[in-house]
Unconditional design. Structure first.
Length: 226
């Protein structure tokens, strides 16, 4: 799997390059500039390619199978979020696609085996964090009520995936704490989107924070055990 380490290092360097460029642009425009589109797409497609390649190397590994399919759907979600797939509302298109991708990640965790006792404990923790965070930072009376409620449901959905990742780590320990970290980073990434895009609050460099946590989350889930 030496080629996977090379690809991983290349993706990190690409992200850092894009981040430096975006920060410089932000200082010029006085706005929170995102990573350049071609860097976002390159990161997303290369992560999908890496996930599929790892699956091909071991077709009998259910974790890699479902992680690869989930990552492929995540790339479609990225295309929705970038506005490259014609749709009425890019955020809704992305949320629906990512929700399905998270189901596939949960399937990967379940196929590997989890501790149900730890699942119920961590569900409480993530649930309280997301509900309280939504109430104080995301809920916005200026937005459509159905949209804000949908954001809460989606947040709990992502939190549920993170709980399954934690339950897997609790069961086996070792390298499986890496996807548990990935689940946590997913929660943070989507929480930032909720605060800014729905809650209407300003966070300095929020597009970079979203993509930094998002890419980190995907790497933790995809590259575990490489």
């Amino acid at each position: 799997m030496n080629e996977m380490y090379i690809l991983l290092i290349g993706q990190v360097i690409l992200f850092l390059f894009g981040t430096i460029y975006a920060i410089r642009r932000s200082k010029q425009t006085k706005k929170n500039e995102p990573l350049p589109l071609f860097i976002r797409l390159l990161l997303s497609f290369s992560l999908t390619g890496a996930a599929i390649w790892m699956w091909v190397q071991d077709l009998e590994a259910p974790y890699r199978q479902w992680a690869a399919i989930g990552m492929a759907l995540s790339t479609i979600g990225d295309l929705f979020m970038a506005g490259l797939i014609p749709f009425g509302h890019r955020l809704i298109g992305g949320m629906v696609t990512f929700a399905i991708a998270h189901c596939l990640y949960v399937t990967a965790f379940l196929k590997t085996g989890i501790s149900w006792n730890s699942l119920f404990i961590v569900l409480t923790g993530y649930g309280l964090f997301l509900i309280i965070g939504w109430f104080f930072f995301i809920r916005n009376h200026k937005q459509d009520r159905l949209f804000t409620i949908g954001a809460l449901v989606y947040g709990l959905w992502v939190g549920g995936m993170a709980c399954f990742a934690f339950a897997l780590a609790y069961s086996y320990g070792g390298i499986w704490w890496i996807p548990a970290l990935g689940g946590f980073l997913f929660v943070i990434s989507d929480f930032i989107i909720g605060i800014t895009d729905i809650g209407g609050r300003n966070i300095k460099y929020d597009p970079l924070l979203v993509w930094g946590t998002y890419v980190g989350a995907q790497m933790c889930i995809i590259y575990v055990g490489m």
